[in-house]
Design a protein around this ligand. Structure first.
Ligand code: PMP
Length: 370
């Protein structure tokens, strides 16, 4: 080895040394209920269309892709317009490789040294990583016992910390808790012109009837950003396509930090083809919501603590040794996620057969409880 880096090699940023990369275990087991994927794959007709679109893109690969991904932005705007009477225009839409990348770009543009990002724990564990990677100060407030936001406390925290970015998942991961629109409005007001409020609706399509999308508030608050993804309801986790709707000025700010041509021609073509099959790809959302509600009912009947869920997963507990329960399920071929507050576990909603396997395995591992 040559040279001296003080703290070992390779010469990483000090605060990154020894950190394990983020990620759930990817294990090849029969029942995979750990990363909130949609269990239903595309039909043959949809696969054929996507393959044709990818083939057409392949013929253009000597050229860089459309840097502004205009056709895709138009299609995403049309899709989002269904969720708000004011509609969404393409200039309000931005996309990247998963909503993870969209949110990292938001932190690159609006966070940074001397700035603060805020969220409310327990929440999505990638948020502090975006902050760390962009040298943004990270502050986590607490959620109430039932995982809802204590709005007064949240507003006070925003007033005290003056964050540049507030990350509000709705529904929240890992708890499944959706935010009422009033909460989003109050925090947009509290953040003012010096902060943006990001409502992360990765699981937005699964919310229960009567819970509106934050998209409806875009016309009222210019500092509001709503992120979505094709990974969950859209059954496109492998596609890596996340997007947002916000004021056009916010999209322009992201353009400054995005890498040129960050969305490949293949990604753009495949996402566009998938959007053309939206009714089919989203067609299982209602089934999954029903399956989720049935799972919540069953777990409660079995005397577990269960968080109300507007998402395609359920947080349940509490276990004195949650790792032992997680391992016991895995030994029976059922992979769930050991995440969230101590004592709780999270299970994604799968097909009826997968849920039956989960129920049987849990009963076996943890015994009849009711
Ligand atoms: N937000 C939340 C709350 C999530 O749970 C996830 C994925 N687990 C994401 C964003 C990122 O999803 P993707 O990058 O696949 O769009």
């Amino acid at each position: 080895m040559t040279g001296s880096t003080g703290g070992g090699w390779p010469p990483m940023r000090e605060e990154l040394r020894g950190i394990e990369p983020y990620g759930a275990p990817q294990l090849d087991v029969p029942v995979q209920l750990n990363v909130n994927e949609n269990p239903y794959g595309p039909s043959e007709a949809c696969v054929a269309d996507i393959a044709a679109a990818a083939a057409a893109a392949a013929g253009t690969l000597n050229r860089y892709p459309d840097r502004e991904f205009v056709a895709l932005r138009e299609a995403l705007a049309a899709y989002l317009s269904k969720d708000t009477p004011a509609g969404i225009v393409p200039e309000q839409v931005w996309a990247a490789n998963g909503s993870n990348e969209v949110m990292l770009q938001l932190l690159q543009a609006f966070g940074g040294p001397g700035r603060t990002a805020v969220s409310f724990a327990p929440t999505y564990s990638m948020y502090p990583e975006y902050a760390r990677d962009t040298n943004t100060r990270w502050v986590a407030g607490r959620r109430a016992e039932d995982f809802a936001l204590d709005l007064d406390a949240a507003r006070d925290l925003v007033k005290t910390e003056q964050p540049s970015v507030i990350l509000l998942p709705s529904p929240n991961n890992p708890t499944g808790t959706a935010l009422p629109p009033e909460a989003v409005g109050v925090l947009c007001e509290a953040a003012g012109d010096d902060g943006i409020v990001v409502v992360d609706e990765a699981y937005g399509e699964f919310r229960r009837t009567g819970v509106p999308s934050a998209l409806e508030l875009l016309a009222s608050y210019r500092n509001l950003v709503v992120t979505r993804t094709m990974s969950k309801a859209f059954a496109g986790a492998g596609l890596r396509l996340g997007y947002l709707a916000a004021a056009p000025e916010i999209c322009d700010a992201i353009r400054v930090v995005r890498l040129p041509y960050h969305l490949s021609a293949v990604t753009q073509a495949v996402a566009l083809a998938a959007l053309g099959h939206a009714p089919e790809l989203l067609g299982k959302v209602d089934d999954l919501r029903r399956e989720r509600d049935a799972l919540v009912d069953w777990l409660r009947a079995e005397a577990y603590d269960v968080a109300d869920s507007d998402a395609n997963f359920v947080l349940f507990g509490r276990f004195a040794d949650r790792h032992a329960v997680w391992q016991g399920l895995l030994d029976q071929g059922v992979l769930i996620r050991e995440t969230g507050p101590e004592g709780w576990l999270r299970v994604s909603v799968g097909t009826p057969d997968e849920m039956a396997a989960f129920r049987a395995a849990l009963t076996d591992v943890n015994g009849e409880r009711a």
